[in-house]
Design a protein around this ligand. Structure first.
Ligand code: MIC
Ligand code: SF4
Length: 645
């Protein structure tokens, strides 16, 4: 039996465990990336681990999220990250150089390599045939120190692409179709592998749009083969030498498969407030809009921007619409300037933003009250835009640009004939905004620049004998990390200060939570299914840790958040019977008796005693040998330190 591409790469990197689906495996990590909103904490953790130089083949620290500097905090964090990078062997991509995933694809990604990044959209690298996975900052810190990265050995889904996209239908519509079919939890425990004749019709930036937004499926990652098109892209980036051909064997067996005929796809949109709430633009109808934002790591490539510039050329943005555009990297912005397309955008009235995440993470451009905003981004969770009642629709750049002119949601096919958009034979290469690290001999001369807002990792403690604590919060299904630890321009500057940022924990659901949790001293959170979906931010675990949360009991977890809870030493439990969710109320006093002994003995079926209601509830505590030891030690940091002695 042949192998899937996923299995080939994972097997070649296997350093711990057996390649058995559903079991935990440890893989060697070739490359890492961090961004600034998760980076300060990741580098504090790296320092705490105490390895002097990164042991990866390539590690890059990007500054792209916290680029609004309306106070000293973000600028201090940038300086801190820059100094750590310089000292410890990490390349530093300065603010202005672009969004981590876009730049990494252009300048650093290598087919067949493994990459983990402290950002959930790291799977963008799958567009050139990498196994690229989003992870918590601490996992990235451990990988930089040479440690393995652990995942559940995934199932592999084959998505066969046939046909060719119709004019003005876009890669974004492909991934929105996959989301419509699989939902935001359909990818949990799986890698999505794209195959078939249709793959050859998609350029690397198009493939990267699809793998990027595979994060919204909850998938471990997504991957395309590395073929002649990949080679061309790398050649145009003057990196042809890193190319290798990679694909699945013809007789590879998959766990699931389905086909998408690209020629049948039509322009789609994800409606508020979930990326899988997908409808055709026709089903939604002539929706009047207030704002259009084009950019983000999903859709900010040169190809996307050239299409947008073509649509806007000679037109004016509708008087009722504010259009902002953030090209994904300095390379993209520079090439738009060189070929004149930037002028088309400016002439039309677009508000050009710096090459960064910007509005995608609520760093500016929040829409007006109840504002309807079309965005080429990947997430439309409630409140994420910074406007609580904002209505965000996720669309392709083509749909976004066409709508910016008409003032209502517009099917871009109404634009008529589409010219052929080609990637350049050669991109403009200038890595002058990437600072290389100093040599090992010089590292002692580098001073680490620590600003006053940078506070240490919160205190941890080993798993106690018994957990006897009240439920400080009960929430429903599909709680995102944007609910647990909101982002946005006001809160993001606190990412390096856990005591302060924890005051905003669960602000979207219940503003009284932090105070209540602190007053209780120790507590438990109860949630529904797909708890913790969305980002990789470990702050969604570190803030609860700081506030005394000892365990989280839910119907099901999203992958990265569950790992972050374990890393923070918080016990992740699931209901054996989902209906038992109804048997616990906020405020109930719960007991997990002899929990330390049970975990030590590796017992997975445990009983929670609800003392308030006088009932017992069975829960699952599914920990592998390694995660068991991490929980017992009080988290991954303590575990790693102990194991490195
Ligand atoms: C996001 O898109 O939600 C973010 C901001 O990039 C996060 C990381 C973070 O919260 O810093 C992600 O996707 O992991
Ligand atoms: Fe940045 Fe948005 Fe991409 Fe997250 S999803 S990395 S905030 S552009």
């Amino acid at each position: 039996m042949g192998l899937t591409l996923t299995e080939k790469i994972l097997r070649a990197h296997l350093v711990d465990g057996e390649y058995v689906k559903g079991q935990e495996i440890g893989i060697r990590i070739d490359q890492t990336l961090t961004q600034d909103a998760t980076g300060t904490m990741a580098y504090l953790e790296f320092e705490a681990i105490g390895v002097p130089r990164v042991k990866t083949e390539r590690s890059v620290a990007y500054i792209d999220h916290n680029t609004l500097q309306n106070g000293f905090e973000n600028a201090d964090d940038h300086r801190f990250i820059g100094s750590v990078a310089k000292k410890h062997g990490i390349y530093f991509s300065r603010p202005g150089n672009g969004i981590c995933h876009q730049v990494h694809l252009e300048r650093f990604g290598i087919p067949g390599k493994t990459l983990i990044g402290s950002d959930s959209h790291t799977p963008t690298g799958g567009g050139i045939g990498m196994i690229a996975i989003g992870a918590g900052g601490l996992d990235v810190a451990v990988a930089m120190g040479g440690g393995a990265y652990y995942i559940t050995c995934p199932k592999v889904v084959r998505v066969e692409l046939t046909g060719k996209l119709s004019p003005w239908v876009s890669a974004k519509d492909v991934i929105l179709e996959v989301l419509r079919r699989m939902s935001v939890k359909g990818g949990v425990g799986k890698v999505i592998e794209y195959c078939g004749e249709g793959v050859k019709t998609l350029s690397v930036p198009e493939r990267a749009t699809i793998t990027n937004m595979g994060a919204e499926l909850g998938a471990t990652t997504s991957i395309f083969p590395s073929d002649e098109i990949t080679k061309q892209f790398l050649k145009a980036q003057c990196r042809e030498e890193v190319w290798t051909p990679l694909s699945a064997d013809d007789d590879a067996e998959y766990d699931e498969e389905f086909t998408i005929d690209l020629s049948e796809l039509v322009p789609l949109a994800a409606c508020p407030h979930s990326p899988d709430n997908v409808k055709t633009t026709h089903e939604i109808g002539k929706l009047k809009i207030d704002q259009v934002c084009i950019g983000s790591c999903t859709n900010s490539s040169l190809l996307d921007m050239l299409k947008v510039a073509h649509i806007l050329k000679g037109k004016t943005v509708h008087p009722d619409v504010s259009l902002s555009i953030a090209p994904g990297s300095k390379q993209v912005l520079n090439m738009l300037a060189q070929n004149g397309a930037l002028s088309d955008l400016i002439e039309a009235g677009a508000r050009i933003l710096e090459s960064a995440c910007g509005p995608c993470i609520g760093m500016g451009q929040s829409p007006n009250s109840k504002g309807i905003s079309l965005r080429t981004f990947n997430r439309n969770f409630e409140g994420r835009s910074g406007t609580k009642d904002g209505q965000i629709y996720l669309v392709s750049p083509e749909t976004a640009a066409a709508s910016a002119i008409t003032g209502y949601l517009t099917d871009p096919r109404e634009l008529g004939d589409m010219p052929e958009f080609r990637l350049p034979e050669i991109f403009t290469i200038n890595d002058n905004m990437v600072v290389p690290p100093v040599s090992e001999e010089e590292m002692d001369s580098v001073e680490i620049l620590r600003g006053p807002n940078i506070k240490p990792y919160p205190e941890t403690s080993p798993l106690p004998e018994t957990i006897d604590a009240a439920v400080s919060l009960k929430v429903g299904d599909n709680i995102t990390t944007d609910h647990i630890m909101p982002a946005g321009a006001k809160i993001l500057p606190l990412r390096s200060n856990i005591p302060k940022i924890s005051q905003h924990c669960f602000a979207v659901c219940d503003e009284t939570f932090p105070e209540r949790a602190k007053a209780l001293g120790k507590s438990i959170i109860v949630g529904g299914s797909n708890y913790g979906q969305g980002s990789s931010r470990e702050h969604a675990a570190l803030a609860p840790l700081y506030l005394g949360v000892k365990a989280v009991i839910v119907k099901s977890f999203a992958r990265i958040h569950r790992a972050n809870l374990v890393n923070a030493g918080i016990l992740p439990l699931t209901f054996v019977n989902e209906s038992d969710y109804d048997k616990i109320s906020q405020g109930d006093q719960l007991v997990l008796a002899d929990i330390r002994k049970s975990v030590e003995e590796g017992r997975s079926e445990l009983t929670v005693i609800n003392r308030t209601k006088g009932i017992e509830i069975p829960v699952l505590c599914e920990l592998s040998g390694r995660t068991k030891d991490i929980i017992l030690a009080g988290g991954l940091l303590d575990y790693t330190r102990e194991n490195m002695k």
